[in-house]
Write a new protein. Structure first.
Length: 208
């Protein structure tokens, strides 16, 4: 499977930002964050990009930031994870039948990747999806990850509009699920609640 190197240089802006962070935060992971979970899982969760003091710090998706608290709590509630999530890559927390990745593997300035960076990183998402032989459900968190998945699968955006709670049959035994991103902003503004996220997870469980 094609994966990016930790010190990937494909996107100059992101590489420069990582270099700056390496100076400011020398103990951070500061690299392309690898996916979390097994390739033989039936479920793939796709987020946006690592947070500066979240996954970019810890080296594990959604680990160390607020979004991880919502995501991992929801997964554990529905027996899709086990162990105690302690916001550290060595906390022993494990996913069950699930893998988590991001549309963009490196932390972007202000949490906003540019279109060219999303496009450049799509090759790795495409390769990851192709390398999951048992994949049946893809959960996209937010519009950027949703469209990144469509691009990776060569699907047209007009046929699969992003909408929280939407479910799309993709063919070949795969189903696409949409959820708002479990960011602090979305939670604080009420755009997304833990209950709303749980409802999406329940839909996934029904087909697995």
């Amino acid at each position: 499977m094609q994966i990016p190197e930790k010190n990937c240089q494909i996107c100059p802006r992101l590489a420069d930002f990582r270099a700056q962070n390496q100076i400011q935060y020398p103990n951070f992971f500061n690299g392309c964050v690898p996916s979390f979970g097994a390739l033989d899982a039936e479920i793939l969760v796709v987020g946006l990009a690592p947070g500066l003091k979240g996954a970019n710090h810890t080296g594990r998706p959604f680990t160390g930031d607020y979004a991880g608290e919502i995501l991992y709590a929801g997964l554990k509630t529905h027996q899709l994870a086990k162990g105690n999530y302690a916001a550290r890559p060595d906390d022993g927390f494990q996913l069950i039948n699930m893998r988590i990745t991001n549309a963009v593997r490196c932390v972007p300035p202000a949490n906003k990747p540019e279109p060219s960076e999303i496009k450049a990183c799509n090759q790795f998402l495409r390769a990851e999806i192709a390398a999951m032989p048992n994949l049946r459900a893809i959960l996209t968190l937010g519009t950027i990850s949703h469209y990144a998945v469509l691009n990776a699968l060569d699907l047209k955006r007009k046929d699969f509009a992003f909408k929280h709670g939407a479910v799309y049959e993709l063919g070949k035994g795969k189903t696409l699920f949409n959820s708002y991103h479990c960011s602090r902003y979305n939670i604080n503004t009420g755009r997304l609640t833990q209950a709303m996220f749980d409802e999406v997870v329940k839909k996934i469980i029904k087909i697995i």
